[in-house]
Design a protein around this ligand. Structure first.
Ligand code: FMN
Length: 210
């Protein structure tokens, strides 16, 4: 069981690549817990922490993730040691945002114009349509997924974020509360490929606004 020596953040970022081929080595519950712990520590708007995770390790269920109706036949998913179904709890997002705002105001932690701004933000989020609420909560879940991907590098694990799936089918397959929204699947396992070490990215000059 390979574990990388403690890496600096820069190295973890450089070494992370999407991995789509895994060995048959099982991923221990300890390592999965370490990933979830990394996700738990991610930042979120008003500390709302709307992420919820379902860890799938059952081989029969993993096999089905590679099927057409689930993932458009991304059959490599069947080889993963685990798939973490990363969900957003939208009603929890609203409730916990409101609770944080209330706590800040009641305890004078944030005051004046800034607190009024937070109240307005929470009011806007609470009355937003389902689509907008999903966008805001998914943004927070996305950060937690990034934390897991980087922690995985340090643990010697490969990951790939999978965004192509049928949400209704995945919910049924993984027995997930229909009220939750799925933000992404994170395939996790020991790499059996060495991905191209190049990062095919836009140049800084392409992304840095003048
Ligand atoms: C939101 C999101 C959705 C993605 N969906 C898929 C997917 O369905 N299947 C897949 O093989 N890779 C998927 N990827 C991985 C990207 O293709 C990959 O991150 C990108 O090509 C850059 O390569 P790298 O991760 O190796 O640096 C997804 C990545 C993100 C962030």
């Amino acid at each position: 069981m390979k574990t990388n020596a403690i890496l600096g953040v820069k190295d973890a970022i450089l070494q992370r690549h999407s991995v789509r081929s895994f060995t048959s080595e099982a991923v221990s519950n300890e390592k999965i817990e370490a990933l979830i712990e990394a996700a738990r520590l991610a930042p979120s708007s008003l500390n709302s922490q709307p992420w919820r995770f379902k860890v799938v390790k059952d081989k029969e269920i993993l096999k089905r993730f590679g099927e057409k109706n689930i993932s458009r036949t991304q059959s490599w998913l069947a080889e993963a040691g685990a798939i973490i179904v990363c969900c957003a709890d939208i009603s929890g997002y609203v409730k916990d945002s409101q609770a944080s705002a209330f706590f800040y105001r009641e305890n004078d932690l944030i005051t004046g114009d800034t607190m009024d701004g937070i109240d307005e933000y929470v009011e806007r989020e609470s009355s937003a349509d389902a689509y907008a609420k999903f966008g805001s909560s998914a943004m927070n879940v996305g950060i937690s997924i990034s934390f897991m991907m980087l922690r995985a590098v340090e643990l010697g694990l490969g990951t790939c974020w999978v965004g192509m799936y049928n949400e209704t089918e995945v919910k049924e397959l993984a027995n997930i509360d229909p009220e939750l929204r799925i933000v992404g699947l994170l395939a996790v396992g020991y790499p059996s490929e060495t991905p191209d070490q190049e990062h095919n990215r836009k140049e800084i000059s392409d992304i840095l606004l003048p």
